[in-house]
Design a protein around this ligand. Sequence first.
Ligand code: PLP
Length: 354
Amino acid sequence: MGARIAPRDDVALMEGYHSPQVSVDVRLNTNESPYPPPAAFLDTLAAQVRTVDWHRYPDRAATELRRRIGELHGVGPEQVFVANGSNEVLQTLSLTYGGPSRTVAVFEPTYALHAHIARITGTAVAEGRRADDYSLDLAEVRRVLAEASPAITYLCSPNNPTGMVEDRETVEEVLGLVPGLLVVDEAYGQFAPWSALELVSDNIPLVVTRTFSKTWSMAAARLGYLVGPSWVVAELGKVVLPYHLDSLKQAAGCIALDYLAEMEQRVSQLTEERGRVDLALRDLPCEVWPSGANFILFRPTARDGGEVWQELLDRSVLVRNCASWPYLDGCLRVTIGTTPEDDRFLAALREILT
Ligand SMILES: *Cc1c(COP(=O)(O)O)cnc(C)c1O
């Protein structure tokens, strides 16, 4: 019996990324779409399975998918990088521009994977704080960027888990300050009134990341992308594993884009439903943050957040427990589901809190 080899020292100290996958009636914890993609998408994809050259490696450059995504956003394929979920896009950015002796900057509370992926890739993390209302504090941004000179600065808009959208002036201001790349994570971009995609150009050190997991109802497929300067895309192509994106997934992405109108329809339906859930939450003893995404952050004011999370789970309703996360004391995050799912959530919460 050999001794167990220890992982890298910093990895040994890490906790990993946790989001419980438990079997419940109402699953509102990971911001997926409650609706499957259109039936016609599934039929076309099923037929596509037979046409894939399964004995050949996929198109390494994902030429057609990048062309189609570029077309959607009015840029050429040389400005599009595609990978297995936007998390792999973020990881590739970190492997390319981060690493030992480099730093990324994040402004907490925000998406935990930005800092986690940085650390996994051996990159230091400079952590700034948002203001008490979770808005971005530009004085704090200046301080962190001046002290840490980060290779990558992350913003997330709408921000997960607060739901807050950064306005154009704020993003432009940060863009004027960053010494390296600015990455705007727009996993929920279709819910927001504007997109930093408007600002992308070959002369600007800005990349915008998007995903098929949320608005496109394709979390199971693991597909995400970024739009940015072609010189960034070219460097990422050197770092990502060869043939990383399988043929069927490339086809699935192209087929999904044929159903843009259906995606936008789901987004407007969820936006309307969000308004209804927001109003209902404000009728309960909860602090509620206005959201520009498909989820809402709230804090029960008279009860412990972690206990409320457990009591919801006891009623087979799963939301995200942020109660012990930094700067989110006692908070829970609920994904907008179908109307019957949201009604079950609201009824359970009402029962627990009143
Ligand atoms: C869900 C989420 C992602 C993950 O997207 P995948 O494409 O599923 O990897 C990225 N960023 C944010 C802010 C998210 O909430």
